[in-house]
Design a protein around this ligand. Structure first.
Ligand code: SPD
Length: 309
């Protein structure tokens, strides 16, 4: 049995580790440290800059909740943008919605796409070669800056606010996403571990509240993200988007003929927006602050943090 342990080192006060039964690839890419390894319990695991990104055992939780929550609340999503997500898991789920005409994946690190395809092709499951998929290797911030009112949904599948993902947690990035969305479009963004990082949930909520009518983070439970549920923030100017009933969502799922999901259900969807009291307090305070601060509201990361100034 291997005695190499691979650690998630993001939290300053604790570490979690998985045994690396076999290291399949280890490299410092142009953008980040990447390791892909096998573990008897978790299957194949991807870790970037010391943060667990996915395991083939539980990836469906996060990928389904990142894709289906924004897309099921949208009448007929046509043009969808995924920022990050170079493993292809979110893209795979987006392409299940039959109205989607184009699903663009903008990933900064080509090696994440190539190595994901090589070591866990079942995650993208053919999505990169799908006729409706448009895979772009580029900086996500620059990509949204160049877009204007064109996406029905933008899904930000980032890592934590370090390395190439840091910019994807800033006010400037979220403001650019807002302009890149069609009126009433939906933005969802990975928002970290709310149990430990109140400031992350609060900071992103604050900046989104300064940009959108509705901000409503929701939670999902993916075991390989140790430390409690993961928060996914949700923002839109479509005030009806968080009010869809279980019956309406059930009808949409049937109409779109999407079956075989392993986590998302109409009831999980609506229930995911019910936050524990501590998180509700963080979110309500941040919404108030964001509304009051307007364009002075900052995100969890600032451009100064990102640029190191
Ligand atoms: N705490 C880790 C969050 C990582 C989110 N991105 C995962 C990439 C999976 N497509």
């Amino acid at each position: 049995m291997s005695d190499r342990w691979i650690e998630e080192t993001f939290h300053p006060d604790w570490k979690t580790a998985m045994r690396a039964d076999e290291v399949l690839h280890e490299v410092k890419t142009e953008h980040q440290d990447l390791v892909i390894f096998k573990n008897k319990t978790w299957g194949t695991v991807l870790i970037l800059d010391g943060v667990f990104q996915l395991s083939t055992v539980d990836e469906f939780v996060y990928h389904e909740m990142m894709a289906h929550v924004p897309l099921f609340v949208t009448d007929a999503p046509r043009n969808v943008l995924v920022i990050g997500g170079g493993d292809g898991g979110v893209l795979r789920e987006v392409l299940k919605h039959p109205s989607v005409e184009k699903a663009t994946l903008c990933e900064i690190d080509r090696e994440v796409v190539d190595l994901s395809l090589k070591h866990f092709p079942e995650i993208s499951n053919g999505a990169f070669d799908h006729a409706k998929a448009n895979v772009v290797i580029a900086d996500g911030y620059k990509y949204v800056q160049d877009a204007n009112a064109e996406f029905d949904a933008i899904i930000v599948d980032s890592s934590e606010p370090i390395g190439p993902s840091a910019i994807l947690h800033t006010r400037e990035f979220f403001a650019a996403c807002q302009s890149a969305l069609k009126p009433g479009g939906i933005l969802v963004a990975q928002n970290g571990l709310p149990f430990f990082f109140h400031d992350h949930l609060g900071g992103t909520t604050r900046v989104l509240a300064s940009l959108f009518e509705t901000v409503a983070p929701y939670f999902a439970h993916q075991p390989c993200y140790f430390g409690g549920p993961i928060a996914i923030n949700f923002a839109t100017d479509n005030t009806a988007a968080t009010k869809l009933s279980i019956e309406k969502l059930t009808q949409r799922q049937a109409d779109r003929n999407i079956s075989g999901l392993k986590y998302w259900t109409p009831a999980m969807h609506t229930g995911a927006f019910a936050l524990p009291a501590f998180a509700e307090e963080v979110v309500n305070a941040a919404i108030k602050e964001g509304r009051a601060l307007g364009d002075k509201a900052e995100g969890y990361a600032t451009m100064k943090d990102v640029m190191g100034g």
